[in-house]
Design a protein around this ligand. Structure first.
Ligand code: KIV
Length: 281
């Protein structure tokens, strides 16, 4: 059965830890789905880890819808959440609703997430009232990199800790079914998790949340520009890929590949006829 808002909330109520990873394409999403991961975020991190941009600000609706469709088609079990990119929810309630609806109608995702602050509570409510499942996102908002002056942990001082708590409560009131905590001190994330009815999912929020999220290229060792301190590299697929490509090049250059088993055969008679018609080499 495919996960939905109810099964995810039940997991939290039964104290089962929710697993979540990012994915941006069909083959990766298929493996994430088949591995039994509960949720996928098609994050706007796509702009960085897939498209090579320096931050997430250049992700567009068209880019995200395309990636979301490939991911959604791979998932018959995992709940797929689309990340609304910068500029898709800042200009008003109606535009936010239209963009959220695009993800559902064009990419068939199961829900959307956006980096909503107190300024976006009306928009969050409006999308929930359309019948779309919404995930909140508090703590570090990478889309605010310009104003923040970098990707920094949020909630270490009273002012930012208060913002994390009050935004979480406001988002819950607005109807989100889960909240992602990014780069928040573990004690604060655990405290808010206890206060909320909805599940919390940590990416750099420590073990006291209802679930954990990582960016898949960090997990696989496929993004070498930088790795946040909260990420864990489970595999060095980058080195595996590099060595594989080197081996392929070597085999092509030395004639090892393609072998007979990789070539199509034809009867000698057909070749003889061709040689008679066009001349022998
Ligand atoms: O884009 C993304 O991958 C995200 C997570 C880091 C929460 O928004």
């Amino acid at each position: 059965m495919k996960h939905n808002v109810k099964t995810i909330q039940n997991m939290r109520d039964n104290q089962e830890i929710i697993t979540m990873l990012t994915a941006y394409d069909y083959p990766t999403a298929k493996k994430v789905n088949d591995a039994g991961i509960d949720m996928i975020l098609v994050g706007d991190s796509c702009a960085m880890v897939v498209h090579g941009h320096p931050n997430t600000l250049t992700a567009t609706m068209d880019m995200m819808v395309l990636h979301c469709g490939s991911v959604a088609r791979a998932c018959d079990r995992t709940m797929v959440i689309a990340d609304m990119p910068f500029g898709s929810f800042q200009y008003g309630v109606e535009e936010t609703m239209r963009n959220a609806a695009r993800f559902v109608t064009e990419a068939a995702v199961d829900g959307v997430k956006f980096e909503a602050t107190h300024n976006h509570i009306e928009k969050t409510k409006a999308v929930v009232e359309m019948g779309i499942a919404v995930v909140g996102h508090v703590g570090l908002h990478p889309q605010a990199i310009g104003a923040l002056g970098g990707l920094k942990v949020q909630g270490k001082d009273v002012a930012t800790a208060r913002k994390v708590v009050s935004e979480s409560l406001a988002l819950q009131e607005a109807g989100v079914f889960a909240i992602i905590f990014e780069a928040v001190p573990a004690k604060l994330a655990a405290y808010v998790t206890q206060k909320l009815r909805v599940p919390t999912i940590s990416i750099g929020g420590g073990p006291g949340c209802s679930g954990q999220l990582l960016v898949t290229p960090d997990v696989l060792g496929l993004f070498d520009r930088f790795t946040p301190s909260f990420a864990k590299k489970y595999q060095d697929m980058g080195t595996l890929m590099l060595n594989t490509f080197k081996q392929y090049a070597e085999e092509v250059r030395t004639g090892v590949f393609p072998g007979e088993e990789h070539s199509y055969k034809m009867s000698d008679e057909v070749l003889e006829t061709i040689e008679q018609e066009f001349g022998k080499i």
